[in-house]
Design a protein around this ligand. Structure first.
Ligand SMILES: Cc1cc2nc3c(=O)[nH]c(=O)nc-3n(C[C@H](O)[C@H](O)[C@H](O)COP(=O)(O)OP(=O)(O)OC[C@H]3O[C@@H](n4cnc5c(N)ncnc54)[C@H](O)[C@@H]3O)c2cc1C
Length: 369
C-alpha cells in the first residue's frame, strides 16, 4: 500500500522525499518528470534564486516562515551535496522609488529583509553608477541553484529512498487513485492512503492562473545575484547558475498571458538593463554578439499563481469507485488529500514547505499527511 501520490515539480519532489524519509511508501504520478521541459512545467525554468518577500499580511508572514525553513535546508544541502548545485552567494537589490513599505526603517523592522544573513542597507557610494533613479540598495546572503540539475538531484534522492515514479497525465486528481491501483495489478490492497496535490496550478481551481515569464540564459558570468526594481514596476534579475550553467537573466511578469511567442523587444530591453547592472557580464566573455552577450536560450515559463497565494491545506477527496461485489454499481469512497500548489514566483524558496528535510526531526509534517 502506498501512503501518498504526488506530482513531480519542485514541491512534489521535496514532499516525496520528506514522506519517504519519514518511512512512508510514496508513488509519484506526473505528466512531466525531471529532465523534461514544457511551458506548463514551471520548475525547470526557474532562475532560481532566493529573494526575500515583504511580510505585511498573514499569508506573506506564513511564506516567510516557509522560506526560513527552506533556507536552512538548502544551507545543509549546499554543504553536504555540492552536486545538488545549491550555492550561497552575495545578493544585492536596488529599488528605484521605494514606497513607504521600503523605507529604511520599515525594511529593517517589518519587511522581513533584515532577518536574512548579512543584511545591510548599501551606502549610496555602493550603488551602481549611471542609475540616478535608484533610491535604495540592500545586500544579504542568498542562495542560487541550477534548476534542471537540482530537480535531477531531487529525483535521484527520491529514487534512493524507494520512491516510485509513474508518468501519466491525470484528467482529474481522483484518477491518481486508479492509476496507482492499476500499476499494482489492481490488487485489492493496492489502495493509497492519501494524495498530495502538488500540481502547480491545481485541477480546475478558478483562483489559479499563469504568470508568463520571458527569461534569457547566457554563458556570460556574474558572481552575485542582482535584482533591480524599476519605477515602471518591472524587475530585472541576474542569477548565476552553478555547475557551469551560465547566468539566467529576467524577465517579464505577465499575469494571464498565455502566449508562447518570444518578444524580441523584451529580450533587448532586459539585456540592455542587465549589462548596465553587472559590468562583469559583458567584460571579456567569449562568443559574444554585438550586445556583449552569448545567448544560449530565450525561453518562456509559466509561474503557477493563485489568488490568495499558496494553497496548503488538507481536505477529503471524494470519488466514485466500481463496487467490488457488483461491478454494475458504483460506490462512494474518500481519502485525505493535501493540496500544495499555487506557489507563484516562490516555489523553490518555499519548497521544503512540509518540513522533513535533513534539518528536521522525523515527526515534522506528520499532522499534515
Ligand atoms: C521564468 C521563471 C522564473 C522563476 N524564478 C524563480 C526563482 O528565482 N525562485 C523561486 O523560488 N521560484 C521561481 N519561479 C517559480 C517556480 O518555478 C515555481 O513556483 C515552482 O516551480 C512551482 O513548482 P510546482 O512543483 O508547484 O509546479 P511545477 O513545477 O509546474 O510541477 C507540477 C507537476 O505537476 C504535474 N502535473 C500538473 N498537471 C498534471 C496533470 N493533469 N496530470 C499529471 N501531472 C500533472 C506536472 O507534470 C509536474 O510534474 C520561477 C518560475 C518561472 C517560470
Amino acid at each position: 500500500m502506498s501512503d501518498a501520490t504526488i506530482l513531480a515539480g519542485v514541491l512534489g519532489l521535496s514532499s516525496a522525499i520528506q514522506l519517504a524519509r519519514e518511512g512512508h511508501t510514496v508513488t509519484v504520478i506526473a505528466r512531466d518528470l525531471p529532465g523534461d521541459f514544457d511551458i506548463e512545467y514551471a520548475s525547470p525554468w526557474a532562475g532560481s534564486h532566493f529573494r526575500p518577500i515583504s511580510a505585511n499580511n498573514a499569508s506573506e508572514r506564513f511564506e516567510q516562515e516557509l522560506m526560513h525553513e527552506t533556507y536552512d535546508e538548502l544551507k545543509v544541502t549546499a554543504e553536504r551535496h555540492p552536486d545538488s548545485s545549491v550555492r550561497f552567494v552575495r545578493a544585492v537589490e536596488y529599488f528605484d522609488s521605494p514606497s513607504p513599505a521600503y523605507s529604511d526603517e520599515t525594511l529593517v523592522k517589518q519587511n522581513g529583509y533584515a532577518d536574512w544573513p548579512d543584511f545591510r542597507i548599501l551606502d549610496p557610494s555602493e550603488l551602481p553608477a549611471g542609475h540616478d533613479a535608484i533610491q535604495l540598495g540592500v545586500t544579504y546572503t542568498g542562495w542560487v541553484l541550477n534548476s534542471p540539475v537540482y530537480l535531477a538531484w531531487l529525483h535521484r534522492q527520491a529514487q534512493g529512498l524507494g520512491v516510485r515514479f509513474i508518468r501519466a497525465r491525470l484528467a482529474a486528481l481522483e484518477e491518481a487513485v486508479f492509476i496507482h491501483r492499476e500499476s499494482e495489478g489492481n490488487h485489492p490492497r493496492a489502495n493509497i492512503r492519501a494524495v498530495i496535490n502538488a500540481s502547480g496550478r491545481g485541477f480546475q481551481d478558478p483562483d489559479s492562473f499563469p504568470s508568463r515569464g520571458q527569461f534569457i540564459l547566457v554563458s556570460n558570468p556574474c558572481s552575485e545575484t542582482i535584482s533591480h526594481h524599476w519605477a515602471d514596476g518591472s524587475t530585472t534579475v541576474i542569477i548565476p547558475r552553478p555547475l557551469g550553467g551560465g547566468t539566467v537573466i529576467g524577465g517579464t511578469k505577465e499575469p494571464n498571458n498565455w502566449s508562447h511567442s518570444i518578444s524580441n523587444a523584451a529580450t533587448e530591453t532586459i539585456l540592455t538593463r542587465a549589462a548596465k547592472l553587472c559590468e562583469q557580464l559583458v567584460s571579456g566573455a567569449s562568443n559574444q554578439d554585438a550586445s556583449g552577450f552569448d545567448i544560449k536560450q530565450v525561453y518562456i515559463g509559466r509561474r503557477p499563481m493563485r489568488k490568495g497565494g499558496l494553497r496548503l491545506e488538507e481536505q477529503t477527496l471524494e470519488f466514485q469507485d466500481t463496487a467490488e461485489e457488483d461491478g454494475l454499481k458504483t460506490v462512494s469512497r474518500s481519502i485525505p488529500v493535501v493540496h500544495c500548489y499555487g506557489a507563484g514566483a516562490s516555489g523553490f524558496k518555499i519548497s521544503w514547505e512540509l518540513g522533513g528535510g535533513e534539518t528536521s526531526g522525523a515527526s515534522r509534517g506528520d499532522d499534515i499527511v
